[in-house]
Design a protein around this ligand. Structure first.
Ligand code: PLP
Length: 370
């Protein structure tokens, strides 16, 4: 199998698993418990939080462990709206559904929402974010790097704007670890371990102390009362271990080399192939390409039959496949229907990239010949 879907998830790093195992097997106590087993687990959790805080550049009390990037997006949007009760929020039109759907839900409850559109390169113009600000704006979300086209957003500029107007700014950093520095002035940002060779089902979120935000999940006083539920210590430890390995971006040049080689070959050896999103402000792993006259889903299926895993970036809801809202926003519906996302990771090789190019060329000509 050739796995080119690293933006969807990544394999667990062996060294990360090794650090997690004691907390699944021997240090299995509940970190809230007041006995030796609880204290051992609590020690693991404290250390994981400290390691994450060091990389985030914040205080340990500002780090929260959650169930994933989806929960982080929900907590940011709904938690800030709940704390204010009413008002206006700004979200980019290319956010992950965790943020977009939460914003739509808030809209149905009476909040005013502005969806800021990207330019044709897939970049959200900071001046459009500023233009959207109203006297009652309480929240803004613009992600650091887009999950479908990989475009890197001007988050420092946007965080400055939000700071100036006193608006809570949430930056989804799920796809930008090791590529974009964590935005210094954001009110909150989050990472999800399974996107950088850590375990699934765990995220770490920075929330600036003193922020006006209400919990989504009520329960015990875990996570300083902001997130009820026994913390998954093994996963928190795994996240910290994986984050330490990914945060310096030491594999970026290698991954970008594979991606650039792949894109160069595909664009020069296939007619009617277009790269979606800017080639410059882009994470090293991502190649999102549209193929004229083809349906992205058909290409995905042809490649799958050859053991190559890719994605169309489309949302499959209630059995209906809808083209990527991100590619549609930057390049139109036709390009969205024919888009395929290839995302490279540290375990891929140049040989795999070449096999994928050949399989892709065959798939495209087969589909066009039908
Ligand atoms: N945000 C972005 C940009 C993502 O790419 C994803 C996952 O695809 C998420 C949020 C959701 O993260 P999780 O899978 O941890 O819920």
């Amino acid at each position: 199998m050739i796995y080119l879907d690293n933006a969807a998830t990544t394999p667990l790093d062996e060294a990360v698993l090794k650090e997690m195992l004691p907390y699944l097997q021997t240090e299995y106590g509940n970190p809230q418990s007041q006995h030796a087993a609880g204290r051992a687990a609590a020690q693991g959790l404290i250390s994981a939080r400290d390691r994450v805080a060091k990389i985030f550049g914040c205080r340990s009390e500002e780090v929260y462990f959650l169930s994933g990037g989806t929960e982080a997006g929900n907590l940011a949007v709904k938690g800030v709206c709940a704390a204010h009760g009413s008002g206006h929020i700004i979200v980019s039109a290319i956010e992950h559904p965790a943020v977009l759907e939460s914003a739509r839900q808030m809209q149905s409850l009476g909040f005013e929402v502005t969806f800021v559109q990207p330019d044709k390169n897939g970049i959200i113009p900071p001046e459009e974010v500023e233009r959207a600000v109203r006297p009652n704006t309480v929240f803004c979300a613009v992600m650091a790097a887009n999950n479908e086209v990989g475009t890197i957003q001007k988050v420092e500029k946007i965080s400055e704007i939000c700071t100036r107007y006193g608006i809570f700014y949430y930056c989804d950093c799920v796809q930008s670890v090791g590529v974009v520095p964590f935005p210094k002035n954001a009110s909150a940002f989050a990472v999800s371990a399974h996107k950088f060779n850590g375990p699934k089902g765990v995220a770490a979120m920075y929330i600036k102390s003193g922020s006006k935000i209400s919990p989504l999940i009520s329960g015990g006083r875990q996570e300083r009362g902001l997130r009820g539920g026994t913390v998954n210590v093994a996963s928190a430890v795994g996240l910290a271990a994986a984050l330490e390995r990914a945060a310096d971006g030491k594999n970026n040049a290698y991954i970008a080399g594979l991606r650039d080689h792949f894109v160069r070959r595909v664009l020069s050896e296939t007619n009617g192939a277009y790269l979606n999103g800017t080639p410059v402000l882009r994470v090293p792993s991502n190649a999102n390409i549209s193929f004229e006259g083809c349906d992205g889903e058909n290409i995905l299926m042809c490649l799958d039959l050859k053991g190559i895993c890719v994605s169309t970036g489309s949302a499959c809801s209630a059995g209906a496949v809808t083209p990527s809202h991100v590619v549609a926003a930057i390049a139109g519906d036709e390009r969205a229907k024919s888009a395929v996302r290839f995302t490279f990771g540290k375990y891929n090789t140049l040989g795999e990239a070449d096999i994928a190019v050949e399989a892709l060329k065959q798939a495209v000509s087969q589909i066009r010949g039908r």
